[in-house]
Design a protein around this ligand. Structure first.
Ligand SMILES: Cc1cc2nc3c(=O)[nH]c(=O)nc-3n(C[C@H](O)[C@H](O)[C@H](O)COP(=O)(O)OP(=O)(O)OC[C@H]3O[C@@H](n4cnc5c(N)ncnc54)[C@H](O)[C@@H]3O)c2cc1C
Length: 604
């Protein structure tokens, strides 16, 4: 299997090639994992740890999927890190919080399974693999005003990783979204980000940033990519290292397009490779982990109301995440949920013109919470707490849009804000920003009224909004949307800014705006499974041999977004549980299924 097999290679090269003439059209393993994001790789590493022979089939030439683009945060109440720091809690706390947000979408069985298994999953990775995390001691839940919300210690983030530990596999690690990096170098959340944002004001930060940039320049020369891995890139790097250490076979350019079946049992899949189709028989199970349907136009149309009403949807997930796992599950009798409150994990996105003529999708996750920015509709009016959770921003933008009109909003700031915090793809000082003005991504004007005109916003409306906002912001108040009143909002703000870390007047000309459209970080609606990640059929019975995790699996959050890390946490946990279930042999299910088959046969 040309350019596919990493198993025999201790330094992690994915390219050790068998001669073409020997290319098998059939392959066998215990577990076939389809997709190489956090969900798939967690399942693969855990299954291999149980002694199983594992193949990971990845459709694209690089591993990591959306996970490699991500912040690398996992929401895991009672993580070993919290417990070690004496910050463990009664699980009733997170349960209470989730009950208030999920309402009638709260599924006690799935939530309890998650709260029990997620800390165990972290413990497994920390103790047995190269996958390590740092505690999110100051990362609050999104809705701090609700009962059970925590101010910190419910999240962990992937620890930075030296990409050189990946050997040749580094070239197979998907790069982050280019516009979220500095010349390809990822910026970590927390201290790293703070150093970059204060580099022009603090000698210590300047020295830190200079060191990072020089190392990055060296990496570009010697490795032609960033090697100081942070965020989701560090998470995937660590997972890949751990998979290679356990001799998992990592196959790029091997997209699954059909399942193999023996009666109702799923026994493998057909992969499309550059050398033709390969039939992989998986003796113990197949795990679907293809990252949901963020770029499946038909399913987006079917499940997102704003798409049905004519507003396009721009996901920041890779375009190759096109709903394959969901289709494969359906072909074997699985079901895709239609009952989510929201079928996608929304995020405000701006469209970034790239030199090759394509449009990048920049997810606005950070700067909206800083002081000195507002978001307005075409009327010039604000519609939301700009610094609130990204999912809520998009919901509120859509709600504020007249039926039949595409949902659009604008982020508006002044020069001081632009140079201090950056705006979308535009980086803070001292990085120059002329090209963003030239390519039309960033709109600039000497006055607010003129800015409104250039963006197609009502100028009277915008001038009135900015005047009112400025009067209140100077006092640190936001009577309309209460910015800066929850721990999450304040954590998103600027701790050096007083009296309110989230509010400052917009006064220093020229003024700037970037257009925002509805987008997502991934999808929530997915394949229905039980609490052990087994895919369920129309009658609610497990489809033998078939598992799903990550965004292929229906989100346990019911289409809500209670906190950062609520997709990667479940992705890794249910991948880990799928591996555990497969390794245990799933004896009870097999016996039941065989009994049912015998009964059917004796009736016919
Ligand atoms: C900028 C950004 C920041 C984010 N930050 C966070 C965060 O900090 N915490 C959090 O919880 N979530 C975050 N998310 C969301 C999170 O990244 C995703 O929900 C998560 O990565 C999904 O993981 P997955 O394993 O399901 O899929 P993915 O990571 O998308 O992996 C799926 C893989 O399957 C492959 N594939 C697709 N079809 C096939 C096929 N037919 N055969 C074989 N392979 C196939 C894809 O190419 C891809 O490599 C963020 C998202 C973005 C865009």
């Amino acid at each position: 299997m040309r350019a596919m097999d990493a198993r025999s290679d201790d330094d992690g090269r994915a390219d050790k090639a068998a001669p073409r003439a020997e290319t098998p059209r059939h392959a066998q393993c215990d577990v076939l994992v389809i997709g190489s994001g956090a969900g798939g790789l967690a399942a693969a590493v855990a299954a291999a740890h149980h002694g199983l022979d594992v193949i990971v089939a990845e459709k694209t030439e690089t591993f990591g999927g959306t996970t490699a683009f991500s912040g690398g945060w996992l929401w895991v109440p009672n993580a070993p890190h919290a417990v070690a720091a004496n910050k463990g809690e009664n699980p009733e706390g997170p349960r209470t919080y989730l009950r208030h947000i999920l309402g009638n979408r709260y599924d006690a069985g799935m939530i309890d399974a998650y709260l029990e298994a997620a800390p165990r999953m972290l413990d497994f990775f920390e103790k047995n693999t190269a996958v390590h995390f740092l505690p999110g001691s100051a990362m609050p839940d999104f809705h701090g005003n609700l009962p059970g919300a925590a101010k910190g210690w419910r999240s962990v983030v992937a620890a930075p990783y030296d990409g050189r530990a990946l050997g040749g596999l580094a070239g197979r690690l998907r790069q982050p979204i280019p516009e979220t990096t500095l010349l390809g170098m990822g910026i970590g959340s927390g201290v790293d980000m703070r150093m970059f944002l204060t580099a022009t004001r603090s000698l210590r930060a300047f020295a830190y940033v200079t060191g990072r940039v020089l190392k990055h320049a060296r990496d570009l020369v010697f490795h032609r990519r960033a090697m100081q891995l942070v965020n989701g890139n560090a998470l995937v790097g660590r997972l890949l290292r751990s998979a290679a250490d356990r001799r998992v076979r990592l196959w790029p350019n091997a997209g699954a397009h059909d399942l193999l079946r023996d009666g109702p049992r799923v026994t493998g899949a057909v992969l499309k490779t550059p050398d033709g189709p390969v039939h992989v028989v998986a003796k113990r199970g197949v795990v679907l982990a293809t990252g949901g349907f963020p770029n499946d136009a038909d399913r987006l149309q079917a499940l997102l109301p704003h798409v049905q009403e004519g507003t396009p949807h721009y996901s920041a997930a890779p375009v190759t995440n096109s709903g394959d796992g969901l289709r494969l599950a359906e072909s074997a009798g699985g079901r895709v949920s239609r009952t989510m409150t929201d079928a996608a994990a929304y995020a405000p996105v701006s469209l970034v013109p790239r030199p090759d003529g394509s449009l990048g999708r920049f997810p606005h996750l950070i700067e909206r919470g800083k002081p000195g920015i507002i978001a307005v509709m075409a009327s010039g009016r604000r519609f939301a707490d700009e610094g609130g959770p990204y999912h809520d921003y998009v919901r509120e933008m859509i709600a504020a849009t007249a039926p039949g009109t595409p949902a659009v909003s604008w982020l508006v700031c002044d020069r001081h804000f632009l140079r201090r915090y950056g705006l979308g793809a535009v980086k803070p000082a001292p990085v120059p920003f002329g090209r963003w003005l030239r390519n039309g991504y960033l709109i600039e004007a000497p006055t607010i009224a003129e800015l409104a005109k250039r963006c197609g916003i009502d100028s009277v409306g915008l001038v009135a909004t900015v005047e009112a906002f400025n009067r209140n912001a100077a006092r640190g108040e936001d009577p309309d949307f209460h910015r800066g009143t929850t721990p999450y909002q304040r954590a998103q703000g600027d701790p050096d800014h007083r009296p309110n870390p989230c509010l400052a007047p917009i006064v220093k000309a020229p003024f700037y705006a970037v257009k925002i459209v509805p987008g997502s970080l991934g999808t929530f609606a997915g394949i229905e499974t039980d609490a052990r990640a087994r895919v369920l059929d129309g009658a609610g019975r497990p489809v033998p041999g078939l598992y799903a995790t990550g965004n292929d699996m229906n989100s346990i959050m019911g289409g809500h977004y209670p906190s950062g890390g609520i997709t990667l946490g479940p992705a890794m946990t249910f991948g880990f549980l799928a591996a555990e279930t497969i390794a245990a042999g799933d004896v009870a299910q097999e016996a039941r299924h065989e009994g049912e088959q015998d009964a059917v046969q004796s009736q016919s």
